[in-house]
Design a protein around this ligand. Structure first.
Ligand code: ATP
Length: 313
């Protein structure tokens, strides 16, 4: 369990994390989302005692990182996969980590096997591809068999096989009762991997809820309805369902997308108006759509639009 209370980090006059409060529970995968510069890495660094909070606290199992007796055996982390001595072999790197943390050397072989790096364990880490480095970083996180795991963008650079492997690994670690806290920019992947999401923007909490609840909050959830008299249907639906309850917008193929209501309400309204329907379908928003809405005003590094060809920019 990770407990964060009023966690704040300032860099000069810049506020990177702004009064963040959340609980990251054991036994599930919690996805940590937010635009570039939102404060995800800074939050993780503070949880891991690598950055000192300006205010507030981050606790692992009720204690600050610096008070953990055997940190690596209580919390494992992958923050920066490239932060490995390039001249050291993968095995030597892990042996050094194990030795300095009171972890038995036999664990090195176990974690190398678990991440699929046994065959290249003698190679210098500096020659590793990004995907191999990510696996080595994950091996390091697993080394002390900890109950709490933090992964900062673990699928970055992995091929589809690797992405699937990470997803299964995260799910199995959570199923074993561990706390798994993972940041990512890949919404489709998070939708498949996470049970719960914490979304931040400009250092502030925007959402902390189960994945399904975050998606349910999107205005992109809609009922797709199609009939021979689309214009009249739209007017009748708006009138009957009320301007507050329903929002009607055009969909493709002459259909209408009605949000804020159920398919049952739309069907009943169409029936009451005597209008035939050819289609009535519930359309669920994607996590990406829900996320875009949530973070819309929190995006710091927003492009103005596509760069036109031939403008020399
Ligand atoms: N050491 C530092 N000194 C000054 N500012 C910093 C430092 N570390 C982070 N920041 C700033 O704090 C803010 C949060 O950065 P952070 O790296 O935590 O965001 P993030 O959500 O992890 O972003 P990304 O998705 O791009 O990795 C950014 O504005 C960043 O520029």
């Amino acid at each position: 369990m990770i407990t964060v209370r009023g966690l704040t980090k300032r860099y000069g006059d810049r506020i990177a994390v702004d009064g963040l409060t959340m609980d990251v529970a054991a036994g599930r995968v919690t996805g940590f989302l937010g635009p570039n510069g939102a404060g995800k890495s800074t939050t993780m660094r503070m949880i891991l005692g690598l950055d000192r909070p300006t205010a507030g606290a981050a606790l692992i199992g009720g204690r600050a990182y610096r008070d953990l007796r055997h940190p690596l055996r209580e919390v494992g982390a992958l923050l920066d996969a490239r932060a490995v001595h390039p001249g050291r072999s993968a095995r030597r790197h892990l042996l050094a980590m194990a030795a300095s943390n009171g972890v038995p050397a036999r664990r090195v072989g176990e974690v190398l096997a678990a991440v699929g790096l046994e065959a290249v364990a003698g190679r210098r880490a500096g020659t590793f591809s990004l995907g191999m480095s990510q696996r080595l970083g994950i091996a390091g996180a697993l080394l002390g068999d900890p109950g709490v795991l933090l992964f900062d963008e673990p699928v970055n650079g992995l091929d589809p096989d690797g992405v699937l492997w990470v997803r299964r690994l995260m799910r199995s670690l959570a199923a074993e009762g561990r706390t798994v806290f993972v940041s990512s920019h890949l919404m489709s992947e998070m939708q498949l991997t996470a049970d719960r999401l914490v979304v931040i923007g400009r250092g502030r909490l925007l959402a902390d809820a189960p994945v399904a609840e975050v998606i349910a909050g999107s205005s992109r959830n809609a009922v797709r309805v199609r009939g021979p008299h689309a214009g009249e249907l739209a007017a009748r639906l708006a009138a009957r369902l009320g301007p507050e309850g329903a929002r009607v917008r055009p969909g493709d193929g002459g259909a209408l997308l009605v949000s804020g209501v159920t398919a049952e309400q739309v069907g009943t309204a169409a029936h009451a108006a005597g209008l035939p329907l050819f289609e009535l379908t519930s359309v669920q928003a994607s996590l990406e759509e829900a996320y875009m809405e949530l973070t819309g005003s929190s995006v710091e590094y927003d492009a103005a639009g596509p760069v036109a060809e031939g403008t020399g920019r």
